[in-house]
Design a protein around this ligand. Structure first.
Ligand code: ATP
Length: 134
């Protein structure tokens, strides 16, 4: 997912170039504006964290672009391409990463990546399959 700062900073095309240039296929794509309820649901695992309210505010501050990426080993390859959570660290330890390119700090880090096959399945359903579930 490209987060609101990624879209408002006009990084969408650069991020897609990095995705395609790294050999991923983009098989689904949708721009949506999450409301507080949907953003809270998406990040429900962080509901007890001190930064949760701020995270929801950030994630509802503008539209996001959700994508389904396909490649061998997609989850670890994408996590590697985006770099560490804290974009300030990304700039020093992973200067070629997407978060180094467009992130700001540990919250405003411009992209998200599923961290397991289970979370990928949940997140794909969250954005693309809700109305097709049986
Ligand atoms: P994501 O799940 O978005 O790919 P991540 O797996 O690298 O990011 P998580 O620990 O799952 O990081 O945190 C989810 C999101 O919450 C982060 O991407 C960031 O936007 C925000 N976040 C994480 N840690 C902090 C923090 N210490 N302060 C503020 N926001 C944070």
């Amino acid at each position: 997912m490209i987060k609101p700062d990624g879209l408002s900073g006009n990084y969408k095309e650069k991020i897609k170039e990095a995705i395609l240039g790294s050999g991923f296929d983009i098989i689904e794509e949708a721009v949506v504006h999450l409301d507080a309820e949907r953003a809270s649901l998406f990040y429900a695992e962080h509901a007890d964290r001190s930064f949760f309210n701020s995270l929801v505010k950030y994630m509802t501050s503008g539209p996001v672009c959700a994508m389904v990426l396909e490649s061998p080993d997609a989850i670890s390859r994408w996590r590697n391409l985006i770099g560490p959570t804290d974009a300030r660290k990304a700039k020093t330890s992973h200067p070629d990463s997407i978060r180094a390119m467009c992130g700001l700090d540990s919250e405003k880090n411009c992209v998200h990546g599923s961290d397991s096959p289970q979370s990928a399945a949940r997140e794909i359903s969250f954005f693309f399959r809700d109305d097709k579930s049986e």
